[in-house]
Write a protein that binds this ligand. Structure first.
Ligand code: CAA
Length: 260
């Protein structure tokens, strides 16, 4: 796993992935997007021992301040749609990851940065975190799923307001609106995200993967979410993990899940 703009640290089966472009407030340039695509599309799926991923930004100012605006300057007329499609595909890899991914939002999460946090399964914000979709300031709209996922999290009324005004919201407002799962003191985001992943890691990993798949099915207009749940439940009921979990309950002991 050799990356230029991602730092990867591993502890107890949890990978902390840090977007490492602090001077540019961790803006997502092409190289970084390619590396995220390689990590979530190839390297992570090949690692069967990983229990979860924390995604964060380097430094104490930004999670990710958006797509790299400087690279947009040489964007040709016919390239915008392709750029958005590619970005959406990479963020779908995160949303569809079978291991949980938590965004540890340590500062600005703007534009593509807010979209990146929203593609993760859960979000822990530091108290200095700021969220927003300021693309209209640039004469652009969000391209990495922001117009769709923001509605999913906070509803159409507030999503429309943030998208049209480009206003930023702070961590407490993001919590109140349901955009983040928790707010923690600044500097504690990664530790809190790891603690949540450690809790999830005590559960049956196949069940965890199927919860993610079934929840995602709700938002997939080509899927029947209830039927996806029936299928996923049917699958988990055939696993050794389920037999182990049920036996452990009856025997009043902790289950020893093997992911089988
Ligand atoms: N792209 C490229 N560089 C960026 C950047 C971005 N999105 N955001 C910040 N930077 C750079 C700045 O250019 C600056 O670099 P220099 O020192 O070389 O000038 C450095 O990071 C520090 O930034 P500021 O000096 O601006 O810091 P600040 O504290 O004054 O302001 C900020 C912080 C409010 C986050 C401000 O940087 C800002 O508004 N950034 C842009 C946010 C934005 O518009 N994001 C959306 C991008 S478009 C998008 O994401 C489209 C999509 O959906 C795919």
């Amino acid at each position: 796993m050799a990356y230029e703009n991602l730092l990867i640290q591993e502890e107890n089966g949890i990978l902390v992935v840090t977007i490492n472009r602090e001077k540019a407030l961790n803006a997502l340039n092409r190289q970084t997007m390619d590396e995220l695509g390689r990590f979530f599309g190839e390297d992570l799926p090949a690692r069967k021992d990983v229990k979860g991923v924390v995604l964060t930004g380097a430094g104490d100012k930004a999670f990710v301040a958006g797509a790299d605006i400087k690279e947009f300057l040489d964007l040709q007329d016919d390239q915008g749609g392709h750029l958005a499609q590619k970005g959406q595909n990479i963020f779908f890899l995160i949303e569809r990851s079978s291991v949980p991914v938590i965004a540890a939002v340590n500062g600005f999460a703007l534009g593509g940065g807010c979209e990146l946090a929203m593609a993760c399964h859960l979000r822990i914000a530091g108290e200095k975190a700021r969220f927003g979709q300021p693309e209209v300031n640039l004469g652009l709209i969000p391209g990495y799923g922001g117009t769709q996922r923001l509605i999913q999290y906070i509803g159409k009324t507030k999503a429309m307001e943030l998208l049209l005004t480009a206003d930023m919201i702070d961590a407490q407002e993001a919590l109140r609106l349901g955009l983040v799962n928790a707010v923690v003191p600044a500097g504690e985001e990664t530790r809190a995200a790891k603690a949540m992943l450690e809790k999830i890691a005590t559960k049956g990993p196949l069940a965890v993967a199927k919860v993610i798949e079934s929840v995602n099915a709700y938002f997939d207009t080509t899927a029947d979410g209830f039927q996806a749940e029936v299928k996923a439940f049917g699958f988990t009921a055939t696993t050794r993990d389920f037999r182990e979990g049920a036996a452990a309950f009856v025997e009043k002991r902790k289950p020893d899940f093997k992911g089988e």
